[in-house]
Write a protein that binds this ligand. Structure first.
Ligand code: FAD
Length: 293
């Protein structure tokens, strides 16, 4: 179970944990730049790793990127009646500094994610209807839930604050050998513990009322992930951060970042499925068993 959750968290954070997938093991020092680097997967994790590794090691290193499907991975789009729509990672959080930088470096444009007014229906009646007026919303929320909305905002901010520490580690080229070690470094035992608790347990412990959890938090989980508050607490926090303002997307599709990074990194894209890899020495591997498409 712990492993499954760690994998899920690892995927959800794919837009954030860009360098962790390409870092060397803790404590290991690379004495000379490698001659060849193989990266498996041309999603945002793989293509950004290629981009940063090219900057780190210069033009002489050969970078091979293996991809069995499409460049972009889960930043996929799909065509519906001649129109292209985001079908995977569709909105980017304003605190995703890597994506901000990529869009700037690659000369792409950002568009603000638009959303209509929110209404929450409990099956019988609308328990909350958002207004165009900020002050009206504040009054409505305080009237129905006291200061729980404000406290929730602060709870999410606290998770994000801890998460932002990742940029400091990355600016010092520090990487982690597991998601658990990374999360522990970012926020200690309690932060790591979110991997093993449900969102409901965590928010109940933090003192949020049943009414607020049922009427406000459960719908956010349902809308974002088709889940309930029994979702993993860390995943739930990521989902709640998506109700922040300032969410944006890349004009023409978020996957343009992946193809742009691939091109800018001057990596060789190799189409095929990697079947296994073999460890040669502690820091050297051979990619084997490529199944061409
Ligand atoms: C429906 C949906 C909605 C989402 N919404 C958001 C959102 O709004 N905002 C947000 O920030 N995030 C969102 N996410 C999460 C985000 O899309 C992912 O975290 C991110 O795209 C993962 O990037 P990645 O590079 O880690 O993995 P992936 O994008 O999965 O890339 C991995 C790539 O590796 C390839 N691969 C795997 N194994 C092999 C192999 N053996 N050989 C060759 N190639 C291989 C795969 O084909 C794939 O292309 C969403 C995800 C989904 C599915």
């Amino acid at each position: 179970m712990g492993r499954v959750v760690a994998e899920l968290v690892s995927s959800l954070l794919g837009l954030w944990l860009l360098l962790c997938s390409c870092g060397c093991p803790e404590g290991a020092e690379l004495r000379a730049p490698p001659d060849k680097i193989a990266i498996i997967g041309a999603g945002i994790g793989g293509t950004s790793a290629a981009y940063y590794l090219r900057q780190k090691f210069g033009k002489d290193v050969k970078i091979d990127l293996f991809e069995r499907e499409e460049v972009g991975g889960r930043l996929a789009t799909m065509m519906v009646q001649g129109q292209e729509y985001e079908a995977g990672g569709s909105v980017i959080h304003p605190l995703n500094l890597h994506m901000k930088r990529f869009v700037k470096d690659l000369g792409l444009s950002a568009v603000q994610a638009s959303g209509g007014l929110l209404g929450i229906y409990n099956g019988e009646t609308l328990v909350f209807e958002e207004s165009n007026w900020f002050i009206i919303n504040v009054i409505k929320l305080v009237w129905r839930y006291g200061f729980q909305s404000l406290r929730m905002h602060m709870w999410v901010e606290d998770v994000l604050d801890k998460f932002m520490r990742i940029y400091r580690y990355q600016s010092h080229d520090y990487a982690f050998s597991s998601v658990e070690k990374l999360l522990h470094a970012l926020g200690g035992d309690d932060f790591l513990g979110m991997l093993n608790r449900t969102l409901l347990e965590t928010l109940q412990k933090a003192g949020f009322s049943e009414k607020f959890l049922n009427e406000m938090i459960a719908p956010v989980m349902r809308v974002n992930y088709g889940q309930s508050t029994d979702i993993n607490a860390f995943v739930g926090a990521v989902s709640l951060s998506c109700s922040d303002s300032g969410l944006w997307a890349v004009e023409g599709g978020n996957k343009l970042v992946c193809s742009g990074l691939l091109q800018a990194s001057k990596s060789n894209l190799i189409s095929g499925s990697v079947m296994y890899i073999e460890e040669k020495t502690k820091t050297k591997y051979t990619v084997l068993g490529l199944c061409p498409l």
